[in-house]
Design a protein around this ligand. Structure first.
Ligand code: HEM
Length: 398
C-alpha cells in the first residue's frame, strides 16, 4: 500500500488493537516517510532518538508553518515549549517533586502506593468480571497524583471530563477538521486551570504537604511560578500523571494474560518486575507518537524535511526496530540493554518516570497472584486516542 497514507492508517481506529504491522511497513518504507498531507513520519529507533536530542527540533506547535497550528486560548505547558523556557519551567516544577531539591519525594510514596493498591484490590467486585481499567488501573494513578498535587480525590468526575477534552486535542487525526475538538479543549483547559488555581490559592499561607502548596508558597520570587504558569503546570501534571500510567498497567495485565508463561515466571522471580516493566514500556508503550517541528531544513537518512513541517516520531515503532532490539516483537521480561523510547528521550524525557515505574511495579506485583488462571472476558475495546494508546476496558474473569 502507499506509504504516504501510513499515518492515516496508523491513526485509524481500526488499527488500534494492533498497529505494529503498520510500524513494520513504515520502517521498511523509511525510516523517514513523507505523508500525503506534507507531514513526515519517522519510524526508525536511531533516527527518532537523534531527533529527540536535536536542538533544531522544536516541541512547540507554534513552530509549525504547515499545517498551521490551531490559534486557541491554551497556554503551552513545558511539554510543548523549547529551551530556555522549557528548562526554566521544568526546573521550577521539579523542585517539590524530584532531585536535586526533593530527592526522596517519590520514593517516600512507595508505602502509600502499596496501601492504595491493596485497598483497590480488596474492593474488586466478586460478582462480575473485574474491569482492570475502571476498577484498578485508572483509579490508582488518579489517587496518587491527586495526593501528590493536593487535589481532592472526590473531584475526579469533574476533572475527568476536562482531562478527556484536553487529551482529545492531543490526538492525531490526519485530514479531519478538529476545530470543534480544539474549542472544547480550550473551554476544558480554562475551567481546569481556574479550578487548580483556586485550590492553590486556598493553600496560600496555609501549606499542606502537597505540590500545589509548595508552588503557591514558594518564598523566593525568582523560583515562583506565575499564577498562569502554576495553573498550566499543575494541569499538565494532573493529566500526564494518570492518562499514561493507566495504559501501562492495563497493557501489562493484557500482556501477562496473553503470555501465561511470563506470568508464571514473574511469580517465581518477582525480582524481575522492574525489568519486566521496562520491557512493557518498550513492547506496549502507552505513548505511541510525538510531534516535533524542525526550526531549519534538516536532513534525516537522506530525506530533507523543510523547516516548519510537522514530523511525527513513532516512538512505538522505534521500540520494535530490529536494528536496535533483537527479536523486537517478542516480550522478554528480562531483556538486557533495553533503552526504550517509552518515556521519550532528550530534554523532554518523562518528568514522572520514577513515579510511573513505582506505580506499575507495585500494581502488577500485587496483581500477579490474582491473575493466575484468569482470562480476558473479550478482546478489549480500545480508547479512541492513537497517541495515548490503551484499552478502554479490560474485563477479566478472576
Ligand atoms: C507509564 C506512564 C508514563 C509514560 C509512558 C509517560 C511518557 C512520557 C513521554 C513519552 C514523554 C515525552 C514527551 C515528548 O517528548 O514529547 C513524557 C513527558 C512528560 N511526562 Fe510522562 N509518562 C508517564 C507518566 C507520567 C507521570 C506519572 C507524570 C507526572 C507525575 C508525567 C509527567 C510528564 C511531564 C510533565 C512530561 C513533560 C516533560 C518535559 O517536557 O520536559 N508522566 N512522558
Amino acid at each position: 500500500m502507499d506509504p504516504g497514507t501510513l499515518l492515516a492508517r496508523i491513526t485509524d481506529y481500526a488499527s488500534r488493537p494492533d498497529p505494529y504491522p503498520l510500524y513494520a511497513e513504515l520502517r521498511a518504507a523509511g525510516p523517514v516517510v513523507r505523508q500525503e498531507d506534507g507531514t513526515f513520519l519517522v519510524g526508525g529507533y536511531h533516527q527518532i532518538a537523534a531527533l529527540l536530542h536535536d536542538p533544531r527540533m522544536s516541541a512547540d506547535e507554534r513552530s509549525r508553518t504547515a499545517p498551521a497550528p490551531y490559534e486557541g486560548t491554551r497556554d503551552a505547558s513545558f511539554l510543548r515549549l523549547d529551551d530556555p523556557e522549557h528548562h526554566r519551567l521544568r526546573t521550577l516544577a521539579m523542585r517539590p517533586f524530584g532531585p536535586p531539591h526533593s530527592p526522596h519525594r517519590v520514593d517516600a510514596m512507595r508505602g502509600e502506593i502499596a496501601r492504595i493498591t491493596e485497598e483497590l484490590l480488596a474492593d474488586l467486585p466478586a460478582d462480575r468480571p473485574v474491569d482492570i481499567v475502571d476498577d484498578f488501573a485508572y483509579p490508582l494513578p488518579v489517587i496518587v497524583i491527586c495526593r501528590l498535587l493536593g487535589v481532592p480525590r472526590e473531584d475526579e468526575p469533574r476533572f475527568r471530563a476536562w482531562s478527556d477534552a484536553l487529551v482529545a486535542t492531543a490526538d492525531i487525526r490526519p485530514g479531519e477538521d478538529t476545530t470543534e475538538v480544539e474549542r472544547a479543549g480550550d473551554r476544558a483547559g480554562a475551567e481546569l486551570r481556574e479550578y487548580l488555581l483556586d485550590l492553590a490559592e486556598r493553600r496560600r499561607g496555609r501549606p499542606a504537604d502537597d505540590m500545589l502548596s509548595a508552588f503557591v508558597n514558594e518564598p523566593d520570587p525568582s523560583l515562583r511560578l506565575s499564577p498562569q504558569e502554576l495553573a498550566v503546570t499543575a494541569a499538565l501534571l494532573l493529566i500526564a500523571g494518570h492518562e499514561t500510567t493507566v495504559n501501562l498497567i492495563t497493557n501489562g495485565v493484557l500482556t501477562l494474560l496473553r503470555g501465561p508463561e511470563h506470568l508464571q515466571r514473574l511469580r517465581r522471580e518477582p525480582g524481575l518486575l522492574p525489568l519486566a516493566v521496562e520491557e512493557l514500556l518498550r513492547y506496549e508503550p502507552p505513548v505511541h507518537l510525538r510531534e516535533r517541528v524542525p526550526l531549519v531544513d534538516i536532513e534525516v537518512a537522506g530525506t530533507t524535511i523543510p523547516a516548519g513541517t510537522s514530523v511525527m516520531l513513532a516512538l512505538a515503532s522505534g521500540n520494535r526496530d530490529p536494528l536496535r532490539f533483537p527479536e523486537p516483537d517478542r516480550f522478554v521480561p528480562d531483556r538486557p540493554d533495553n533503552e526504550h523510547l517509552g518515556f521519550g528521550s532528550g530534554i523532554h524525557l518523562c518528568y514522572g518516570a520514577p513515579l510511573a515505574r513505582i506505580e506499575a511495579q507495585t500494581a502488577l506485583g500485587a496483581l500477579l497472584p490474582r491473575l493466575e488462571g484468569a482470562e480476558p472476558a473479550e478482546d478489549p475495546p480500545y480508547r479512541q486516542n492513537a497517541m495515548l494508546r490503551g484499552p478502554r476496558h479490560l474485563r477479566v474473569r478472576m
